[in-house]
Design a protein around this ligand. Structure first.
Ligand SMILES: [Zn+2]
Length: 268
């Protein structure tokens, strides 16, 4: 965190003077990793939304994790863990296997327990899952389901020391990777006004964009957001929720940088 804060401060002074919010040009992988390690120690280290960089470099381990689940016929799930003593991020080599439209919470719990026992992780700071190609019910572009974003906001609203400190979610879908990060402003939002139930949340956000929310897939009976592709696209709904809750959203091509899409990048 000291390192990230140092980067933020020096860039800010360089461009605009000490108190002016600016858009950082980008983070290399080391900066990004330092930031994740910092926020795994406590959510108070979360940056304000204006300090999230316009692009983020990922490492080959990250790309391997995205790519190993990208083309599966079912959803895959990879935990991003944190080893307290070692100050290391850990991502298991083998993904957990979900269903065609979801990763059941029991599968995640089993994966977390395995990572605690076998890899010695002390906490869980984020996760990557896949949306199988061809099975996506969300339209043509990669996007989070409203349930994915609700899950992140729900994690951010947890405040007990024993709660997992998950502050970011990632999806591999088609040829793209997407990411959503909580910010300091997101914490204030979820702590000041309770989220309510998932069903109410999803119904509210889908209907705001003229989509119909159905909580169960009519073909498999599986819990899923079985919405019909519609206009505007689901990513537009993602951005609407992100604006309300001050989440930072990124999109990028497989094996490439994550590029900030909300708030929109400023080309410098
Ligand atoms: Zn999802």
């Amino acid at each position: 965190m000291e390192y990230v804060a140092g980067v933020v401060d020096s860039v800010r002074k360089w461009f605009k003077g000490p108190d002016t919010p600016i858009t950082l040009p980008g983070w290399n992988y080391e900066t990004y990793r330092e930031y994740l390690l910092a926020i795994s120690r406590g959510r108070d280290y979360l940056l304000p939304i204006e300090d999230y960089p316009s692009q983020i470099e990922l490492s080959s381990v990250w790309h391997d994790s995205f790519n190993q689940i990208r083309d599966l016929p079912h959803e895959g799930w990879v935990l991003i863990g944190y080893q307290d003593g070692q100050r290391r991020l850990v991502m298991p080599r083998v993904a957990e296997k979900g269903l065609s439209h979801s990763v059941p919470s029991e599968v995640m719990s089993a994966g977390i327990n395995r990572a605690i026992l076998k890899a010695g992780i002390s906490d869980y700071v984020g996760d990557i899952h896949s949306h199988p190609r061809g099975l996506t019910r969300l339209g043509n572009d990669s996007a989070f389901s409203v349930g994915d974003i609700y899950g992140l906001l729900d994690s951010l609203s947890e405040q007990r020391p024993s709660d997992p400190r998950r502050s970011g979610i990632f999806v591999a879908e088609g040829n793209e990777n997407i990411a959503a990060f909580g910010t300091r402003g997101s914490l204030e939002r979820v702590r000041n006004s309770p989220l309510g139930s998932y069903e109410d949340f999803a119904t509210k956000w889908y209907s705001r964009y003229q989509w119909t929310f159905i909580s169960t897939s009519p073909t498999t009976g599986e819990i899923a957001e079985a919405t019909t592709p519609h206009s505007p696209k689901i990513w537009t709904i993602n951005k609407g929720i992100a604006h309300h809750y001050q989440l930072s959203l990124y999109k990028g091509l497989a094996n490439g940088f994550l590029l900030r899409d909300h708030p929109a990048r400023i080309i410098m």
